[in-house]
Design a protein around this ligand. Structure first.
Ligand code: AMP
Ligand code: MG
Length: 318
């Protein structure tokens, strides 16, 4: 353990007040947090991650009252979704107030906001008089961190503190939604399933290909990538035949016979997609550290969080 891993919330609050970075636990993945009202602090996030400045950040709040200082207006569907899913893995894209810096929103007229469901981080935020901006705590395009140790492995002592809140319970980034009139638009598939969003607000559509480029520059094709080549496969054994005499890592839903694999990671023996999501990134980190020639990942069932898992694996394979 590096000495930056801590459970000292007061120390982390001090650092944030002094415009330093702190890695924070959330139910989705660990975030790299800074005071949204200090551009110097926010700039450190981009520098630490190697993240391009055109990629906007998500603002993290602890109370609904904070919405009015951040957003110009809150559509009815957004109010419904917040009531149903916050605190939780859902991010709302709303028209921003002038007080939110262009650095946070990458010059957009909208701001992304979420209330994370993690007791330590909610306590941390309650003691601050500003929200924090926090993208995932990993270098740009790499696999997200779902434990304090993952963050330390990436950044070591370059982050002043990593607040240790254990392993993330959801394990996938938030689902991001925006609003187009009465319709809720899904920008990023994530920790809340599309089915659950539909059940809450009815009129839902996915972002179209044309909207993607200008509206969500962060939805880059290459993302969540291990250093090792990754292939998303509809038939693992068949795909393995193309890699004879090579060190193959398999990422599968549950145990099966993968006799020629050097390493096998299974995500849920009881075939539960929520459990699989929770285990996904830690398994990818382990496979990536195992000096393999290739990782072959199974395509997951196209329902519930399986849809979000497949989205991550598709990008990891690019
Ligand atoms: P990360 O926290 O690293 O998972 O990334 C945050 C994601 O939120 C990025 O992919 C951004 O593209 C997206 N995002 C943040 N703000 C906005 C916004 N105003 N409009 C659209 N997408 C946004
Ligand atoms: Mg990210």
């Amino acid at each position: 353990m590096t000495n930056t891993i801590t459970k000292d919330i007061v120390h982390c609050q001090e650092l944030l007040r002094n415009n330093e970075l702190v890695a924070i636990p959330t139910e989705t993945v660990y975030g790299l947090a800074a005071n949204i009202y200090n551009d110097e602090a926010v700039r450190k996030i981009f520098e630490m991650k190697g993240r391009p400045l055109f990629n906007p950040l998500i603002v993290h709040i602890h109370h609904l009252d904070q919405l009015s200082s951040l957003a110009k207006s809150v559509p009815e569907a957004a109010t419904k979704l917040a009531a149903r899913f916050w605190p939780g893995p859902l991010t709302l894209i709303l028209e921003k107030n002038a007080s939110v810096s262009d650095l946070v929103t990458a010059g957009k007229s909208t701001v992304a906001i979420r209330m994370p469901n993690h007791s330590l981080t909610l306590e941390l935020l309650q003691g601050l008089d500003f929200p924090v901006a926090a993208p995932s705590a990993n270098p740009f395009t790499r696999v997200s961190s779902t434990s304090a140790q993952h963050v330390a492995d990436y950044f070591g002592n370059r982050i002043p503190a990593i607040l240790d809140g254990g392993s993330c319970t959801v394990g996938l980034e938030s689902t991001i939604v925006g609003f187009d009139g009465e319709t809720t638009v899904v920008y990023r598939k994530g920790g809340i399933s599309l089915e659950a969003i539909k059940a809450c607000v009815g009129k839902v559509r996915l972002l179209t290909k044309n909207e993607k480029a200008p509206e969500a520059p962060g939805m880059l094709a290459k993302h969540y990538s291990p250093g090792t080549k990754l292939i998303l496969s509809d038939g693992i054994l068949k795909t393995m035949e193309g890699f004879t005499n090579q060190k193959i890592g398999v990422l599968a839903f549950h145990e099966a016979n993968f006799a020629n694999a050097t390493m096998v990671e299974t995500l849920s023996e009881k075939r539960d997609l929520d459990e699989a999501a929770q285990n996904l990134f830690a398994a990818l980190h382990r496979l990536d550290q195992a000096d393999l020639d290739v990782i072959i990942a199974q395509r997951f069932p196209n329902e519930g969080l399986g849809i979000s898992i497949n989205d991550r694996l598709e990008r990891a394979g690019n």
